[in-house]
Structures are given as C-alpha cells and as structure tokens.
Ligand binder design. Structure first.
Ligand SMILES: Nc1ncnc2c1ncn2[C@@H]1O[C@H](COP(=O)(O)OP(=O)(O)O)[C@@H](O)[C@H]1O
Ligand SMILES: [Mg+2]
Length: 360
C-alpha cells in the first residue's frame, strides 16, 4: 500500500513531515464522526456515502465511528457533549460541500477531511472554478454568465450550447441546446436552480473523469486510473444519472488513452489539485475535443462513495490497487496533519511586528 500511495505524478516539493500527533494505533482510537445529509438535492447519495465510509473505517480498525446527520438542529450542537476526533465529510452538494460547513468546523476547531473553505467554495461554483482553471492556462469551455434567461435574448452566439446552473451538481438543470428557442426555454427552467448560470460552448468529443487524492506522506496528489464515459446522448444529462438511466452511458476504467494524452490529463489534474489547494479526495470531469485539446469541466470536491461497486471514485480506487479501508485511514491521517499544520503557526502580534522592524 505505502509503495503504491507513494507513486506520484507531479514532483512535489520535498517535505519534512510534521511529527504525527497520533500513532496509527492512537488514531484508530479517536472518535470519528462521519458527517452526512444536509438538505441539498444530493442528500440521498450522502446517506449512502456515509454508510460506505463508516464501514471502511470500521474495517480499518476504527472503534468509535459515529454517523451524524447534519440538519439545522444537529449542526448547532456538533461540538457539544462529543469528544470530537475527526469529522469525515461525506456531504454532497449545498452547504456541506461549498465551504460553509468547512468554515463552521474551522470555527469550532474540529479537524475534518477534504478540502478547506476556499477550494470547496471555488469547486462548488462552475463559474468561479472555470475562471480559476483558465487562470492557470488550461482550456475551459467559453461561458456566458447570466442570472436570468431573459438576459440571453437577442445575443449573437453559436450553437450547440450547454446550460449549467453555477452551484448545482448531478446534472440538475443541465441541458444541451441546439438553438436560441431551445436555449431560452430551458434556461427559463434552469434559472431557478442557482443565482447564476453558465451558458457554455458545447465541446464535442470524449469524456473522462479523473480521481485524485492527497497523499499526506509525499504532499503530492496521487492520480487514480482514469475513467472514460461513453454516452448515448451529447451530454451526461439528468436522466442518465438517476436510477433507470444506466443504459444511457457506460463507464470504462482504465480509459484507453494514448500514453501521452493520459500523461497530459494527469498532469493538468494534479496541477489544478495542487494550485487550488485541494485536500482529501476529488474527482474532475473533462472533455477531450476532437482535435485532442483537453477541456476541464468541473471539480467535485466531495465525490460520491455511494457503494464500492457502482460509484466512480471507489471503482477508481480499486482499479488503482488501493485498499479502500487503508484509504479511509489515510484520509483521517491527512485531516489530522492538515489540522496540525494550520495550527502550528501563530501570527506575530503588532508589538512583535514593531519590534521586528525596530520601529519607535
Ligand atoms: N461545455 C460542455 N461541453 C460538453 N459537454 C458538457 C459541457 N459541460 C457539461 N457537459 C456535460 O454535462 C455533464 C454535467 O456537467 P458537469 O459540469 O460535470 O456538472 P455536474 O456533473 O455537476 O452536473 C458532463 O458530464 C458532460 O457530459
Ligand atoms: Mg460532473
């Protein structure tokens, strides 16, 4: 396991590990609260992910694993009467994935798995994420960003387009549209999902998904075998993602990609992971255009772990030869190291600053 996990894609700076606060044996004695639920549209998936993760932690030898349903009520009492070890995040969508809950945990001084506030917030917003990726010099689909469908009337644009609410997942409100009439009709529906929506150029070509996770030992992301999604429709729409839509798409892991293309995709994803300061595990969706150009669509900062056989991320883990219980343990270890790192620095005071500069 160690050897596999240490295989990295990008170099990563050489890093002296901070002394782990807990030995592996002590770590497994910590109370772990698997946080799930919330009130986003992805609540049902989160319930399943939390059961999968709780199971993996138990298999890894954790003796005090608790599942906590995050509701308006329970969130108020999270830090009360609970010896809090680590919060294992299995919330999907909404305030559980967009940095809000992460901020609350920071304020309550509770270590948690996965990305921090900024990386979560940027990943949860398809407009912010796209701007971030473009800033790194990678391709993203051109976007027109509007709040209301009526703002699109009369604009001169090419077709087809894809409509995407900025802060939704699971293809809620996502549509492929061929012309202006269809765009206006579908956008009138989609505008209800989110403050803003992106109208993106449609990128024809292959679709792949890339799972990555933080390796706390090397400080470099570990890239898992890539999955390719073969679609019967132009896009992975809502119908293809819900129960009954299985016939509309097929997933193949590992994707059969030219080694050079595969290497480029891995490098791009690892670079975004690092520069966005992602933690824990993520899954990025990309398209490979017909001319070979790679377009980054989105980053899922809390990918589904609904069950080991069907969810993409666990399938990628298994294809990568990673033992899932050991992976869950590694994510707890990473959460503790990240927590320790955030807390070991104490900012100098105004007085110390003045003394340092030798100011009167
Ligand atoms: N610009 C685009 N060009 C082609 N297909 C797209 C584009 N944007 C999204 N899609 C399709 O729509 C699906 C959902 O979009 P995505 O950005 O992954 O959001 P989410 O999965 O959160 O709903 C993708 O898997 C892809 O099939
Ligand atoms: Mg997606």
């Amino acid at each position: 396991m160690k050897e596999k996990i240490n295989k990295t894609i990008t170099g990563g700076k050489s890093f002296e590990n901070p002394t782990p606060i807990f030995s592996p044996e002590q770590r497994r004695q910590l109370p772990i609260s698997v946080l799930f639920g919330g009130n986003s549209s992805e609540r049902p998936g989160s319930i399943k992910s939390s059961m999968t993760v709780a199971n993996l932690l138990q298999q890894a030898g954790y003796e005090h694993v608790d599942r906590v349903d995050i509701t308006d009520q329970t969130v108020r009492t999270l830090a009360d009467n609970r010896p809090f070890g680590v919060a294992f995040m299995t919330m999907h969508g909404g305030t559980g994935e967009d940095g809000t809950l992460q901020g609350l945990l920071e304020m309550m001084d509770i270590p948690y798995t996965g990305s921090g506030i900024a990386a979560s917030a940027i990943s949860a917003d398809k407009v912010l994420f796209s701007n971030f990726v473009r800033g790194l010099g990678y391709n993203t689909a051109n976007q027109i960003v509007v709040s209301k469908a009526s703002e699109l009337e009369g604009l001169d644009m090419t077709f087809p387009k894809v409509i995407k609410p900025a802060t939704q997942g699971c293809s809620y409100g996502v549509f492929f549209v061929k012309d202006m009439a269809e765009l206006l009709e579908k956008a009138t529906f989609s505008e209800q999902f989110s403050e803003r929506m992106a109208i993106e150029d449609y990128i024809p070509g292959r679709e792949v998904s890339v799972g990555l996770f933080e390796n706390p030992h090397t400080r470099s992301p570990h890239v898992l075998p890539i999955s390719e999604i073969f679609l019967k429709r132009p896009i992975q729409d809502f119908e293809s993602k819900i129960a009954g839509g299985e016939a509309l798409m097929e997933t193949v892991i590992p994707a059969q990609l030219e080694p050079q293309l595969q290497g480029t995709i891995e490098t791009i994803c690892a670079d975004i992971f690092t520069k966005l300061n992602c933690k824990g595990y993520v899954r990025m969706d990309l398209r490979i255009a017909e001319n070979g150009d790679i377009y980054v669509l989105e980053n899922n900062s809390s990918p589904g772990m609904l069950n080991m056989q069907e969810s993409d991320f666990p399938k990628m883990l298994i294809a990568g030869g990673i033992n899932p219980p050991e992976f869950a343990d590694l994510m707890v270890e990473a959460a503790l190291l990240n927590y320790q790192e955030r807390h070991e620095k104490k900012a100098p005071s105004k007085k110390e600053m003045i003394e340092y500069l030798d100011l009167p």
